[in-house]
Write a protein that binds this ligand. Structure first.
Ligand code: ATP
Ligand code: MG
Length: 388
């Protein structure tokens, strides 16, 4: 129906016409069975990467060593991966090598969970050797094969299990969960960036609280940086992963910078979090027009949401932030009727830090309706200030 599926179907059709077998696999099939919109519709095929490249005019090598070729068709780009099995895992992260195979069954066997190991043919029929459809029906996350072995191979799968359980509001099958409890220490082998990517998805999940509870119950929190404070996540829900990081930061107290930085957040993300936390702190004494001026609507809304989660509703202003911001006497510093040069001219004093401080003072006075944004009025106000 949607564009991504159309593109995938057209790729499969062309591979079949060239005599190969191709199917849709992974998250797209799972999400279709759950009636959730898919983001990436991935194709798997028995054609070797070189063979895939001969079938299509436009391709990009994006991971040829893992057998993945990006195929560009009119409906869009599609990732096409050759059926493969994984070689030996020696570092709890990734296989030493991969082997291309011609059997779909073997390809599905290397996948992490039964719900992710279902393939769909172009005619809409499913290839499901591991009971994935039934598990989806029962909303269960179950490892393909021997759970403990699968987590020992690739420790990230433990975090994926829990992230999926939060994302989809699924339970983790008992044996699979017990296997995570056995292997938690292996998380130390996983790069921070990959852990961050999983937490990004957990924060926007259907039940973040459920996810954090499982992180704690499994013992994984002991191998993750920061204090998760499970009880504090009750009812937390967002569409913006950065809000999850900001709330996580709030729970770290003074150590938030080091903790959040450890997950490799960018300077821009850190700056947003810093603003939200400062605005949140300022809520205790109530926000004034200065706060509505200096913080963005998004930052104030985040701080307000956190106050609500922590039952500090009493502090939350009654009016909408947007309305309060729209009513400010000025919206931007550029709208000030005077500038630093005016101050120097009027005072006859030498430049210095006082100029900036003085501009700040008069801005505050204007924001608080103690002074009008008018050159003459500001001039006399400044003279008045100098006298006192
Ligand atoms: P999402 O909705 O988060 O994208 P997804 O299932 O598509 O979920 P991806 O990370 O995009 O997850 O991976 C695509 C597929 O590749 C998975 O559905 C699964 O079959 C397989 N896969 C991904 N990561 C692993 C892993 N670490 N171990 C085994 N199989 C994996
Ligand atoms: Mg995906």
């Amino acid at each position: 129906n949607n564009k991504e599926w159309q593109a995938a179907y057209s790729v499969i059709e062309q591979l079949e016409q060239a005599g190969f077998e191709a199917v849709i696999v992974g998250g797209a099939v799972r999400d279709a069975l759950l009636d959730r919109p898919a983001h990436d519709v991935d194709v798997a095929t028995n054609a070797l990467p070189e063979e895939v490249k001969t079938v299509f005019q436009k391709t990009v090598d994006i991971g040829i060593q893992h057998g993945t070729v990006l195929v560009i068709v009119p409906a869009g780009p599609v990732e096409v991966t050759t059926y493969r099995t994984d070689g030996e895992y020696t570092d709890h992260r990734r296989p030493q090598n991969v082997h291309f195979v011609r059997s779909l069954k073997e390809d599905l066997q290397r996948r992490d969970f039964t719900m992710n190991a279902i393939a769909m043919r172009r005619d809409g029929s499913f290839v499901d050797y591991y009971g994935g459809q039934q598990d989806i029906e029962k909303r269960i996350i179950r490892a393909v094969g021997e759970a403990e072995k699968r987590f020992a191979e690739d420790a990230l799968r433990m975090l994926r299990a829990i992230r999926f359980s939060a994302q989809l509001d699924f339970t983790i099958e008992a044996n699979t969960f017990a296997a995570i409890q056995q292997r938690v220490a292996d998380l130390g082998f996983i790069a921070k960036e990959r852990i961050k990517a999983e937490l990004d998805k957990l924060w926007v999940g259907q039940t973040v609280f459920g996810g954090i509870q499982k992180l704690e119950d499994s013992g994984l929190t002991a191998y993750l940086t920061g204090d998760f404070q499970t009880a504090q996540w009750h009812n937390f829900q967002t569409k913006d992963a950065l809000l999850g990081w900001a709330y996580f930061a709030l729970l770290q107290g003074a150590a938030w910078r080091e903790v959040v930085r450890d997950y490799r957040l960018s300077n821009k993300e850190m700056a947003f979090i810093n603003s939200v936390l400062t605005a949140y702190d300022a809520l205790k004494d109530g926000w004034t027009n200065r706060h509505y001026f200096y913080y963005t609507e998004q930052e104030l809304e985040a701080a307000q949401y956190f106050a609500q989660l922590r039952q500090l509703d009493a502090l939350i202003p009654q009016q909408s932030i947007r309305e309060l911001q729209a009513k400010l006497p000025i919206q931007h510093k550029q709208e000030l009727a005077v500038n630093g040069a005016d101050l120097l001219k009027w005072s006859g004093k030498k430049g210095g830090p006082w100029v900036k401080a003085s501009l700040e003072d008069l801005l505050t006075a204007i924001l608080h309706h103690e002074l009008q944004n008018d050159r003459q009025q500001i001039k006399s106000w400044l003279e008045q200030q100098d006298l006192t």
